[in-house]
Design a protein around this ligand. Structure first.
Ligand SMILES: *[C@@H]1O[C@H](CO)[C@@H](O)[C@H](O)[C@H]1NC(C)=O
Ligand SMILES: *[C@@H]1O[C@H](CO)[C@@H](O)[C@H](O)[C@H]1NC(C)=O
Ligand SMILES: *[C@@H]1O[C@H](CO)[C@@H](O)[C@H](O)[C@H]1NC(C)=O
Ligand SMILES: *[C@@H]1O[C@H](CO)[C@@H](O)[C@H](O)[C@H]1NC(C)=O
Ligand SMILES: *[C@@H]1O[C@H](CO)[C@@H](O)[C@H](O)[C@H]1NC(C)=O
Ligand SMILES: *[C@@H]1O[C@H](CO)[C@@H](O)[C@H](O)[C@H]1NC(C)=O
Ligand SMILES: *[C@@H]1O[C@H](CO)[C@@H](O)[C@H](O)[C@H]1NC(C)=O
Length: 618
């Protein structure tokens, strides 16, 4: 596929693509939402000098959020006022009393709980690791000590009583086998050996209907053994194993996977010879029908450009069923390599040897649609939400939430392979690194953390789109609709136009013409200016006076009309009109009255006009 592509070619193509896409609509966020025009709930960790927040977790049984650092745990609950409070989980109390000299245990794994417990947590000390369910009273229960001691880490997944987790080879010379592990009924299953550096991003499971249907999928990247500078540094892969896999026999693949198949992921644009290989994040929209599960992936290429590729689970399953391997033809008929069997220890030595070489399928997993390409936004994390919608063919819209390396967050509409950046949230006061992002898709709240702060973004707050129909509709925000009085959160019954093209929505609505008609009284010959906030970065703004268009002076994010020496000739109504994609709307309307200072009659005129205006408006 992309193998023959030379680096210079792809650089040229990448650059020409940037130049091209730089002019397309949706390149910049339409609206900026920061602490000046919005409120964010913000929570500081009490002790600011320890290692920062690394992970946010939602209790699956309540709306509580947990924030974990390397050593500490905090809870954010709905008490009034909500606050981030420290929590003690004394997993190692006994050991610590016995050997007080090494009481330093770090949190090596923190994940959402099971069996009614809010959390699951592993702590690692110098000697070993202990993992426990954490009850709502924050008491450790059902503790176990996984066999592989020191570096149990993310990503991980519980399937039934088994914990699947991953290890990455570290570069500091420690010989730890990287790959997918399982701890189940006090027994480990280990990865197949590899010398290549790996980074795991996501684990998914499908339990299936029958005992032999269950499978686990992991998404990861592996350092390319081919050091040729013309080949990519990272290779993105997906692997599949059987839940029923019990390892091989004493002689071959003892306690190791006997069912693991791997396949290459392709993210890019074959026609334009673009390929992205460094997988950064994966977000999954699980469907009741497993085949229809959608997998969103965030990739980076060698030029630090980002792309989002969308895969269908059905395409991944299709590749794993394709049965043709990159290695020499396999002679196996039944069971086939990777087929789930009742007793993997009874597999033939030849098949076990074949599986021990980590067989890779010839076919690659390709995306279901053209990738979403981003030329200058450096995204780091990805979450996806599915928002119900009355005007979409599918009945929903997918919204991407991606953090940027500057600490901002983009809300992006994925519409038929075209990204539209609805809003750029700037929740933090200063430029910062976002360490974790958590979407609560039931409350539609997004939580982002820096090292010392957790901030909540209410995705359904539509107040930044104002109280007129046009800017609400132009926002194309599937969370927001025009409900005839205000831009309010989408409860599926009213209108939104994420597609454009339905220009008449607002024209039919007389009530939207509620102009902010205000009066300014200015003395003659003075300096005066009118100000109009340019909320949409996709719109053009101008002032109109007696049918004449007056261009703005741009000052920060305002469209300013400046009068150096105002005269009575310039009296009258001034309208600031925004036009975007064929829609025009009045943002500000001002009545300017010029008074000749000493003239006492002015005050009467002003008063009369003022009363008249009030009469007209109300
Ligand atoms: C939405 O945000 C505005 C300002 O940011 C705030 O005043 C308002 O209370 C919020 N609305 C809701 C429903 O949270
Ligand atoms: C944090 O600060 C306190 C006092 O400011 C200090 O005693 C403590 O050692 C610091 N802890 C770390 C981990 O730096
Ligand atoms: C946590 O434990 C420490 C020492 O064991 C204690 O000082 C602190 O008060 C405890 N905090 C909470 C919230 O229980
Ligand atoms: C402990 O584990 C068992 C078996 O998984 C489970 O049935 C039980 O509910 C767990 N207990 C608690 C308190 O979570
Ligand atoms: C799964 O996808 C197929 C093809 O898109 C569709 O026909 C089917 O209705 C979907 N199933 C569910 C449960 O949504
Ligand atoms: C949706 O919003 C409209 C207007 O705010 C309201 O009349 C209607 O009852 C809401 N529907 C639901 C299901 O909440
Ligand atoms: C919107 O304004 C532009 C000028 O900015 C004008 O050319 C256009 O005709 C207007 N469209 C409508 C529908 O009024």
């Amino acid at each position: 596929m992309m193998m023959g592509l030379r680096r210079e070619d792809s650089l040229l193509i990448a650059l020409s693509w940037i130049t091209f896409s730089g002019f397309t609509l949706g390149f910049n966020a339409r609206i900026r939402v920061n602490r000046e025009n919005a409120e964010f709930l913000s929570f500081q960790t009490p002790s600011r000098n320890r290692t920062g927040i690394l992970k946010l977790i939602r209790d699956p049984y309540s709306e509580n959020i947990y924030a974990g650092t390397l050593h500490d745990l905090y809870i954010l609950n709905s008490e009034k006022p909500p606050a981030l409070k420290p929590v003690n989980v004394s997993i190692f109390d006994l050991e610590c009393q016995e050997r007080p000299e090494d009481c330093e245990y770090s949190i090596s794994l923190l994940k959402e709980g099971r069996n009614g417990n809010p959390l699951f947590m592993c702590k690692t000390g110098t000697e070993f690791t202990k993992c426990c369910d954490v009850s709502s009273e924050h008491v450790p229960v059902n503790c176990t000590e996984p066999w592989h001691p020191s570096h149990i880490s993310e990503p991980s997944l519980h399937v039934g009583d088994s914990l699947y987790y991953t290890l990455a080879i570290r570069n500091n010379g420690q010989t730890v086998l990287s790959g997918l592990y399982r701890w189940s009924m006090e027994r480990p299953t280990l990865p197949l050996s590899t010398q290549n550096e790996q980074r795991y991003v996501k684990i998914l499971a499908n339990q299936g209907y029958l005992p032999l249907d269950g499978k686990v999928y992991s998404f990861y990247i592996e350092k390319n053994w081919d050091q040729n500078p013309e080949t990519p540094v990272w290779i993105p892969l997906v692997s599949q194993i059987c839940l029923a896999d019990r390892g091989g026999n004493k002689a071959l693949l003892h306690n190791r996977w006997t069912s693991m198949l791997t396949a290459r992921l392709f993210c890019g644009d074959e026609k334009n010879h673009l390929s992205y290989t460094e997988l950064l994040d994966v977000a999954v929209l699980e469907d009741t029908e497993w085949q229809n599960t959608t997998i969103y992936t965030l990739f980076k290429n060698e030029y630090n450009l980002r792309a989002v590729c969308v895969y269908k689970m059905s395409d991944i399953l299709h590749v794993f069923r394709s049965n043709e391997f990159t290695s020499a033809t396999d002679p196996f008929s039944s069971p086939r390599p990777g087929e789930c069997v009742q007793n993997s220890q009874a597999l033939s030595p030849a098949l076990l040897r074949f599986m021990g070489n980590r067989p890779e399928l010839k076919a690659w997993v390709t995306p279901a649609q053209n990738p979403l390409l981003f030329s200058h936004h450096h995204y780091t994390h990805l979450q996806v939400d599915r928002v119900e919608s009355s005007n979409s063919e599918n009945g929903y819209h997918d919204v991407l939430l991606m953090s940027l390396d500057s600490g901002k967050v983009h809300k992006i509409l994925d519409q038929d392979g075209k990204p539209f950046i609805i809003a750029e949230y700037e929740p933090f006061k200063t430029r910062t690194h976002i360490s974790s992002m958590l979407l609560d898709s039931t409350t539609k709240k997004l939580f982002v953390s820096s090292s010392s702060e957790v901030i909540q973004i209410d995705l359904r707050n539509c107040s930044m789109y104002g109280n007129q129909c046009q800017p609400c509709v132009m926002a194309r925000d599937p969370y927001c609709i025009w409900d005839w009085t205000e831009c309010s959160h989408n409860n599926r019954s009213l209108k939104q136009d994420v597609n454009y093209g339905n220009e008449f929505i607002c024209e039919k609505d007389d009530r939207t013409i509620r102009k902010r008609h205000t009066l300014s009284i200015v003395s003659e010959d003075s300096i005066f200016f009118l100000k109009c906030p340019m909320e949409s970065q996709h719109a053009s703004y101008a002032w109109y006076h007696q049918g004449m268009r007056r261009e703005c002076d741009l000052i920060e994010r305002d469209c300013i009309l400046l009068f150096l020496k105002i005269s009575s000739m310039q009296e009258g109504v001034y309208e600031c009109i925004a036009s975007e994609n064929g829609y025009n709307w009045t943002v500000v309307e001002k009545y300017v009255l010029v008074s000749s200072g000493t003239d006492t009659r002015t005050s009467h005129v002003v008063l009369t006009c003022f009363l008249f205006l009030i009469y007209v408006i109300y």
